[in-house]
Design a protein around this ligand. Structure first.
Ligand code: SAM
Length: 225
């Protein structure tokens, strides 16, 4: 990779390595319980072994009455929250709910499967998983927000995005908020710039507002511009 390509890849990664906290998922999802009964949920930008979206939906599987939970990751087979994306392949995971009655998603109840490709949400095998899904829920990579949304529209999916507020100013996105056809709206718990996201250890903390917790984990407030 040339220096320029490497720099632009690093910039893109900086904007994409924002990880959603469980509390933010809980705060927003509590408004939608009735939508999930009997539904297949797909989180397509989520390493299932570490995603808080997987954590939320697997732990609330019975409470929400889900039929199936599927999560795919991107270029990662390691148990590493902030993948370096240095793997050509990826895994996905299927969960059909608690089978042994302890109401906990145990490892033996979670099927880990290998994807043929790198888990890009635009890959044919991920699109097949998308087609099977009733509701897509995630925080997608900011650098790919436009194609991500375009794909959801193309397949006419119901979706819930907890993402970067800057995207609402995009000319492709703003009209969707106004249009009746797609009925895109802000979530009740969402107001601009008030959320913290987890970031990788190597994330440069030059942003105005950040926090390091007692375990040394880094968080940034707001979203990358
Ligand atoms: C903003 S992070 C959010 C991660 C997770 N959804 C969350 O909310 O914590 C975006 C994620 O998208 C993944 N990603 C980047 N490019 C992708 C692609 N082309 N297809 C699928 N996922 C991708 C990254 O690995 C990263 O984990």
């Amino acid at each position: 990779m040339s220096d320029t390509a490497s720099l632009s890849s690093a910039r893109r990664r900086k904007k994409d390595d924002f990880y959603t906290q469980l509390s933010d998922i809980e705060n927003e999802l509590r408004y939608y319980k009735h939508h999930f009964q009997g539904k297949v949920v797909y989180c397509n930008c989520d390493d299932p072994r570490v995603s808080n979206f997987f954590e939320y939906f697997s732990k609330n599987f019975e409470h929400l009455g889900l039929k199936k939970l599927v999560t795919t990751c991107y270029r990662n087979q390691q148990r590493d929250l902030f993948s370096r994306h240095d793997c050509e392949r990826a895994i996905y995971l299927e969960y059909f709910g608690d089978q042994d009655g302890n109401r906990v998603p145990d490892a033996h109840e979670i099927e880990v499967k290998h994807l043929k490709g790198d888990g890009d949400f635009r890959n044919a095998e991920c699109i097949e998983l998308l087609k099977e899904a009733d509701i897509v829920v995630t925080n997608p990579p900011f650098s790919l927000f436009r194609p991500y949304m375009a794909q959801l529209m193309e397949y006419e999916k119901v979706f819930l995005i907890i993402g970067n507020m800057n995207a609402v100013t995009y000319k492709e996105i703003f009209p969707l908020i106004k249009a009746d056809r797609h009925r895109l709206w802000f979530g009740p718990s969402i107001s601009s710039g008030d959320r913290e996201f987890g970031v990788p250890d190597h994330y440069p903390l030059t942003d105005a507002s950040y926090r390091i917790d007692s375990n040394g984990k880094k968080y940034v407030r707001g979203a990358p511009g």
